[in-house]
Design a protein around this ligand. Structure first.
Ligand code: HEM
Length: 547
């Protein structure tokens, strides 16, 4: 019956039907838009695309900051089919970073799309996890693994070790070689997080050096094979992370039936299978190693070991984190371990590497800050520039801490934070139902004149001993709520301590010994902003320090 009607339609009938459908769709869309709850200022969205087309010509962070100027502290956008309320002052976010599981804002988002599920990154770890029980279970192990003092001591040792390796490659390239710092840093932070999470070297820095200088390849066949394996692995990881966007943006139909998109989706899934198999093998091998280690012999410190032994007789943690819920006391599965390891690698690579490049860029324009940093390094670490850094030195580097914070205030990698309510709440004088999606625009909040003295000025002193300062009285009042590197509340970054160790170690190890020159001191910072703000390239020359 239906097919008879369809086949009897002429071209003009189909055209009119299509036009009618579009008119109904658009009218319905704008009816809902103009009768929405708590209408806020913001640009008019288009059906299907929302507001994303208005971003054209802007980086994402700059676009949002320009909208803040135009529409005020609380405005709305339609992004990826979802209404999002953008918040740009601290009064509006006071309930959103409470460090208690009773918070109304336990999630950054509340939908895990079917695409993300198909891609297999749907929250078996913690970053994308929106199941409170599973998140709590995974997060307790993640934090346990990362926050123990022995873990931090170990991290400092590995930083010293990895830096000497990278330093030797830089020296081989010579002082006139222009290094693209972001490429090196990406490999460096990957090596570091790999060692931390899995306990083994991935040789990312070495393999990058050998791709840059293949003719200096004095390696034997076995070493070459190792380098190739490591290169394949890191490429595969990058492909997994960058490919996620396909599974966010393209729906099931497009991924399965539209040429090119289908081909891309298939190759991404193949890459995922390759990577997951490798990681599962690593987990299996470590399980066997642990089983074959006598109980009276200590195990090495790394996340994987910590995950495998958690809630088993080999668990070294005396404090049981399982509360009263018996399900939280079970040992962790391989699938959950894989999710957590991927979160550590995903959360700890781009963030550290990009923030480090932003710091080097700012130091390149502020020699007076470099001078003060070196003064602090001399005081804390002594004049012997070859002496390794110890864990005890890290907390004493207070000016270095202030430099990292000030760069992050100017150039936040995580420029906004998502928050979703699980019950109704009043924000900005409006009552919002559960599942309202908010975005805290820290890149704007961190540049407000009412929270920061002379906010455009680069001055680490606004974070350094401010209790003794009369100049930074605004910072004294507002820094707690108006500043974020690592987020806040129960979802705050569990890798923050490790990140500060990495950044402080690298800054001191490099700047004590070398002068870093920007290849083009007049070039603006070359960045791209989407989910994160990242450095596209940063060419530098590394020369022996002139004392
Ligand atoms: C400079 C480096 C880093 C920056 C700027 C950074 C920043 C952040 C921010 C802003 C969040 C969201 C917090 C929130 O929603 O309140 C976050 C979450 C997270 N970060 Fe980091 N991070 C860094 C390094 C690391 C490292 C080294 C690791 C792992 C070893 C890591 C793992 C994670 C994980 C797993 C989450 C999700 C936590 C959850 O949802 O419960 N991050 N990070």
């Amino acid at each position: 019956m239906i097919s008879t009607i369809v086949f009897s339609l002429g071209v003009s009938d189909i055209f009119y039907l299509l036009v009618t459908f579009i008119i109904i769709y658009v009218s319905r869309y704008y009816y809902h838009y103009f009768t929405r709850l708590n209408p806020l200022p913001g640009p008019l969205p288009l059906p299907i695309v929302g507001n994303i087309h208005q971003k054209r010509g802007y980086e994402f962070n700059d676009w949002l900051m320009s909208l803040h100027k135009k529409y005020g502290d609380m405005f709305e956008l339609s992004l990826a089919g979802q209404r999002t309320i953008i918040l740009c002052n601290t009064d509006l976010i006071e309930n959103m970073n409470i460090p208690s599981t009773k918070t109304r804002y336990p999630f950054r988002r509340y939908i895990v799309s079917e695409g993300v599920k198909e891609y297999g990154i749907d929250g078996t770890g913690i970053i994308n996890n929106i199941d409170p029980k599973s998140w709590k279970y995974n997060r307790q192990f993640f934090v346990q693994a990362m926050m123990t003092p022995s873990f931090n001591y170990q991290a400092v040792e590995w930083m010293n070790e990895l830096w000497s390796e990278m330093e030797s490659f830089w020296n081989k390239l010579g002082e006139n070689h222009e290094l693209d710092l972001i490429k090196w840093m990406h490999r460096f932070s990957n090596d570091m997080i790999f060692k931390i999470s899995i306990g083994k070297r991935n040789n990312s820095v070495a393999s990058y050096y050998h791709t840059l200088v293949p003719e200096s390849n004095d390696l034997d066949e076995k070493e070459k094979e190792k380098i190739k394996e490591s290169e394949d692995f890191i490429q595969s990881l990058e492909t997994l992370i960058r490919g996620a966007i396909y599974f966010f943006y393209f729906n099931r139909f497009m991924r399965h039936y539209v040429p090119f998109i289908r081909g891309k989706a298939i190759s991404l899934l193949k890459n995922r299978d390759y990577l997951y198999e490798k990681l599962y093998n690593i987990i299996k091998e470590r399980r066997t190693e642990i089983e074959n280690t006598p109980l009276n012999q200590p195990l090495r410190h790394d996340m994987l070991t910590s995950f495998i032994t958690a809630n088993t007789p080999r668990d070294v943690n005396i404090v049981r984190h399982g509360d009263v819920d018996a399900d939280l006391l079970r040992p962790i599965t391989d699938k959950e371990i894989l999710g957590n390891i991927l979160d550590a690698i995903g959360g700890g690579t781009d963030t550290v590497s990009n923030l480090f490049c932003f710091i080097v860029y700012h130091l390149g324009h502020h020699p007076e800050v470099v001078q003060r940093l070196r003064q602090e390094f001399d005081e804390v670490l002594g004049k012997d520039v070859t002496k390794p850094i110890t864990h005890n030195d890290i907390d004493k580097l207070q000016y270095c801490d202030a430099v990292i914070k000030e760069v992050s205030r100017h150039c936040p990698v995580n420029y906004s934070l998502g928050r979703v309510s699980v019950e109704k709440d009043t924000v900005g004088g409006y009552v919002w139902p559960e599942k309202t999606s908010f975005s805290i625009l820290y890149c704007s909040i961190m540049k407000r004149k009412d929270y920061w003295t002379d906010p455009e000025k680069f001055d680490p002193d606004r974070f350094y001993k401010i209790d003794d300062s009369d100049k930074y009285f605004l910072e004294k009042q507002h820094v707690k709520n108006a500043f974020s590197i690592f987020g806040g509340g129960i979802r705050a970054c569990p890798g923050r301590k490790l990140a500060m160790i990495e950044l402080k170690c690298l800054l001191s190890l490099i700047y004590r010994k070398y002068d870093i020159e920007l290849a083009d001191p007049n070039a603006p910072l070359n960045y791209h902003s989407a989910l994160l703000t990242v450095c596209k390239e940063l060419f530098i020359k590394v020369k022996p320090r002139k004392f």
